[in-house]
Design a protein around this ligand. Structure first.
Ligand code: DGL
Length: 272
């Protein structure tokens, strides 16, 4: 958006890295007029390895340090959303939209009643996931694969490094060999849609992989306050890490609408 475009909603989208850009793609399609700021918290990547209390403190501190007022925040990360949403909603006035593993649509779709949940190690352990399964797929066999490597694999791919398909096959082996056969796979980490062509190839089309991003984009439209109009400005991608790292991701950032790259403001050390 050009700096003299009319005021519009300003939404902050955050994740540990590039994962949230899979959500941004869906948001751009569903609500093309938004002003977006994207935060890749590379200094803390991966969130899957972080203790829950640290993750909550960190996400609160990052939001508190936001360089401009925002009308809504999308926590575009399952690992964070499954623990931080109550805390951020208590602390901040703007609406929040989170991403949670799409177990509900998986339960509705599966014919074999066997579902895979592919996520970070942290997400597959969370009680939040237990509750989703109990509520929406209680009669299904659930194969949970929590991987400490897949998010990094997606990061590497989007920086131009080829995906090691043997390694990927080994990670998803419990899904491919499950009995009864799994017909629906839950992409429980926003990084994983970037590996969808490889996952589709490995499962030979037998598994429908569900990406929660379109539902998140629809939900955002519902929560945006009526008539809010924040200061205009260019859509910007921020990082807490090394700024030049965003340059390595320029093709993906440009495709998702972020040609301006900046460092996220220091939070004064709070929680970070
Ligand atoms: N993209 C994040 C998610 O949706 C997590 C990746 C990480 O471990 O940082 O869970």
């Amino acid at each position: 958006m050009s700096p003299d475009a009319p005021p519009c909603h300003h939404v902050l989208v955050l994740d540990s890295g590039i994962g949230g850009l899979s959500v941004v793609r869906a948001m751009r399609a569903a609500a093309p007029g938004l002003r977006l700021s994207y935060l890749a918290d590379f200094a803390a990547f991966p969130y899957g390895a972080m203790a829950e209390d640290r993750l909550v403190a960190r996400v609160c501190a990052l939001i508190a340090a936001a360089p401009a007022a925002v009308d809504a925040v999308v926590v575009a990360c399952n690992t964070a959303s499954t623990v931080v949403l109550d805390a951020v909603r208590d602390r901040f006035a703007m609406p929040f939209v989170g991403v949670v593993p799409p177990v509900k649509p998986a339960g509705e779709r599966s014919r074999t009643r066997a579902i895979a949940v592919l996520a970070t190690e942290a997400t597959v352990r969370r009680r939040y996931l237990d509750r989703l399964v109990a509520d929406f797929a209680p009669d299904c066999r659930i194969v949970r694969v929590g991987s400490p490597e897949l998010a990094q694999m997606a990061e590497d791919k989007m920086r131009g490094k080829p995906v090691d398909s043997d390694r990927l096959r080994a990670i998803v082996a419990p899904i491919l060999s499950a009995e009864p056969p799994i017909d629906v796979g839950v992409l429980g980490c926003t990084h994983y849609p970037f590996l969808l062509p490889e996952l589709d190839a490995l499962s030979d089309g037998a598994i429908t992989w569900l990406d929660p991003a379109p539902a998140v984009a629809r939900r955002l439209r519902d929560v945006l306050p009526d008539g809010a109009a924040r200061a205009t400005g260019p859509d910007t991608a921020y990082t807490t890490g090394v700024l030049s790292d965003l340059d390595h991701l320029a093709p993906l950032l440009t495709e998702t609408g972020f040609t301006r790259h900046l460092t996220w403001p220091d939070s004064g050390g709070e929680g970070i």
